[in-house]
Design a protein around this ligand. Sequence first.
Ligand code: ZN
Length: 283
Amino acid sequence: MNSSIRFTFVSISKKATVILSAIFVVFILIGCDYNKELLKSSQHEQLNNKHETEAHHKKEVFYSLPGLKHGLMQSPINILSDQSEQGKHNVTFNFKDEINNVQNLGHTVQLDFEPGSTVNVDGKTFEFKQIHFHTPAEHLIDGITYPMEMHVVNTLVGQTEEEATEYLVLSFLFKMGKENKFIDEFIRLIPGVKDESEDVSTGTVNLRKLIDNNPDYNREKVLNSYFSYKGSLTTSPYTESVNWFVMNTIIDASPEQIQQINKIQGDNARRIQAQYGRPVSNK
Ligand SMILES: [Zn+2]
């Protein structure tokens, strides 16, 4: 009886030892595998980071324009409206609308502002500097190229000379349609000769007529509906310190007006640039 009990006990204990050993081995194997997985994933991550850094570097080295050290925030871009996110920008215009000079720069037609018109974006104040044109448009919306784009260039107020200038560019896209009253006010004043400029007396050329004289447009609505993203100047030196606000409303200009501006400045639109994951917000 005793020996039988002992035998059973020994046999149970042997079985238990075998089972426990088996479980132990399984745990070690699982543990090893888990560690291997951890190691693999961390190596993978490092490799990914390395590849991303290399890819980033490669893009900067091989896809930059010769002689220009620009990064991956270039403009213009093709704005995809359904991929843009709802934005929360706070924009206020303090707009005196005084244009005092019209220039034929050869590569563009430029209008200069009298100091004093400002726009406030998210607590930062930018001063209106100049307006110029691109034919055809530079920014695309959902793959559509419009015949003309107007840039209202503003610079941040209160920057020191050492700081890189921060820009705010308001972009208006044009389609062929009704004659535009604002363009009508300055088009005859554009000098026929390149690099010449024409002084304009206050009140002769009024930017507000860009939209105010067209009953189809509501000024508040036009200025408060835009796509916004961070990008660059579209001409040399392609500085990447531009807050872009591309207006959602496409403005009318007559085919003759667009053709006339194109005749002076030629085709001066930069091609669209890669977005590289930059977010575009809409309002
Ligand atoms: Zn421009």
